[in-house]
Design a protein around this ligand. Structure first.
Ligand code: FES
Length: 123
């Protein structure tokens, strides 16, 4: 079951958009950097087929590595799971929970975002 623990959600300043919404097609993932608590952090953005946009730190809970195999290039299973390129942990794209692999049951760390003015912003 997906975790919706918002107490772990990171937030940051919302002075510039993270990405134009047009650059994030439904069903895809993108990598951006954002300033969170004064530290530049790599983020994963995801736009679901229903239009919902979610974000997580691009840090795998297994070994702390980025999930993309090249900057902004993510592996996605045929079931739509986000697969870490390092050791294959597979995360569902709503709560960011690992459903298979070496960190099963752990979650990506959510980052609060919102869509406005045709772009994705930190919330
Ligand atoms: S670092 Fe992601 S599965 Fe090991």
């Amino acid at each position: 079951m997906a975790s919706e623990d918002v107490s772990e959600t990171l937030t940051g300043p919302a002075s510039a958009p993270l990405l134009a919404l047009d650059a994030l097609a439904p069903g895809t993932f993108a990598a951006v950097d954002a300033l969170l608590d004064g530290i530049e952090e790599p983020l994963i953005l995801h736009r679901a087929a229903d239009g919902a946009v979610r974000a997580w730190l691009n840090v795998c809970p297994h070994a702390g590595r980025r999930l993309d195999w090249a900057p902004g290039r993510f592996l996605v299973s045929k079931d739509g799971l986000l697969v870490c390129a390092v050791h294959g942990a597979a995360f569902e794209a709503v709560g960011g929970v690992c459903e298979a692999g070496p960190c099963r049951g752990e979650s990506l760390r959510a980052v609060a975002v919102q869509v406005r003015d045709g772009a994705v912003w930190l919330a």
